[in-house]
Design a protein around this ligand. Structure first.
Ligand SMILES: CSC[C@H]1O[C@H](OP(=O)(O)O)[C@H](O)[C@@H]1O
Length: 349
């Protein structure tokens, strides 16, 4: 039986609706967003999060920003369009889906430039819905390809949340787990809590438990021990940007998990939609890494756990060198070997 998924981001009657992921697992609450400023804030505060979900939210948020854009000429409309798109682009720097979605909306606007502006706005809403719909199909396809790497009874470790709520549906790293469940497999998942924002503890365990999938919560520092105990046969994670050489930016802590997997001779898989592969970024050194507020570490979830004024380093992501990536699982298939050569082939027709 197919898993029932909660849609975490969608657009209805001119309103952007998002599942507020900062409230999970305690409250399942949808926000109704009617301004681009609130869309920007929802992305910044991780109320909507996960690379594909961020791209979808940005496409819908842009519709809110151009609602009252001038309709006398394309040129006047496009000045406002660019201003609003550039504003959304400042919300978070690492997940390339944000920029990929905004670029796709820009290309659609230019394609329709000879239409009356009212029609262009309709076409842009159609494009935003297409981005969401396609992501659903992409994630299901990633799940199907990833499933070929898994076996009934396996132990899987994952980091952060790359589940259905981080995408239009199914997720990326978690997609094969839902398909495995549909096949009646019993895969045992170990979810890193993923400090400091605990996407693993709060979101991944919540998603998998709802689906009846066997999940055990561990602290990030326990990953080495569970691997040493032989409980893990594969690691699968999501990503926020794959560089042209196969270096992968993902939630902070992923690089350490990749090193542990290598040390224990465990395959380390990255689930990546083509919308997260950025051939314009040469290597991981060129991926902008978001740094977030110190309070996420010193008083996470409102409880102070470090002295006032302590120095803090809070990068939201790290980069796993391509040498540690066993395979990149995309909607077009599983990529191994020389990523510099293999990744561009994904985009050739
Ligand atoms: C399916 S993309 C999931 C990816 O995004 C997360 O970052 P954030 O929670 O900050 O949006 C994390 O890196 C996940 O692997």
């Amino acid at each position: 039986m197919e898993t029932a998924f909660l849609q975490s981001v969608f657009f209805q009657n001119g309103i952007l609706k998002i599942l507020d992921q900062t409230k999970i697992p305690n409250v399942t609450e949808f926000l109704e967003i009617t301004t681009i400023e609130d869309a920007w804030d929802a992305i910044k505060q991780l109320k909507v999060r996960g690379a594909p979900a961020i791209g979808i939210a940005a496409a819908y948020g842009l519709l809110l920003g151009i609602k009252n854009a001038p309709e006398n000429s394309f040129d006047d409309f496009y000045i406002e369009f660019k201003k609003q798109a550039d504003y959304l682009a400042t919300s978070r720097p690492t997940a390339v889906n944000l920029f990929w979605a905004l670029k796709r909306m820009d290309e659609r606007a230019k394609k329709e430039k000879n239409q009356p502006v009212a029609k262009i706005k309709e076409a842009l809403e159609e494009e935003a819905h297409l981005i969401r719909q396609e992501d659903e199909e992409v994630c299901r396809s990633i799940g199907t390809h990833a499933l070929s790497l898994l076996k009934d009874g396996m132990g899987i470790l994952t980091h952060c949340n790359a589940g259905g709520i981080a995408t239009a549906k199914y997720g990326t790293a978690l997609a094969p787990l839902y398909l495995a469940k549909e096949k009646g497999w019993n895969i045992k998942v170990f979810a890193d809590e993923t400090r400091p924002l605990l996407q693993g503890a709060r979101l991944t365990t919540w998603e998998l438990m709802q689906a009846g999938i066997d999940v055990t919560l561990i602290t990030d520092s326990m990953a080495a021990m569970v691997m040493k105990k032989g409980w893990i046969q594969a690691v699968i994670v999501g990503c926020d940007r794959v560089a042209a050489n196969g270096d992968v930016a993902n939630k902070i802590g992923t690089y350490g998990v990749a090193l542990l997997a290598k040390a224990h001779n465990i395959p380390f898989y990255v689930a990546a939609p083509l919308s997260t592969i950025d051939l314009d970024t040469k290597s991981g050194d060129d991926i902008p890494i978001e740094e977030r507020d110190a309070s996420e570490i010193t008083e996470g979830f409102g409880k102070r756990t470090a002295p006032e004024g302590v120095k803090v380093f809070n990068p939201a992501f790290d980069v796993t060198p391509h040498e540690l990536v066993t395979a990149i699982i995309t909607e077009k298939g599983i990529i191994k070997g020389n990523y510099q050569v293999e990744l561009p082939k994904l985009f050739q027709g």
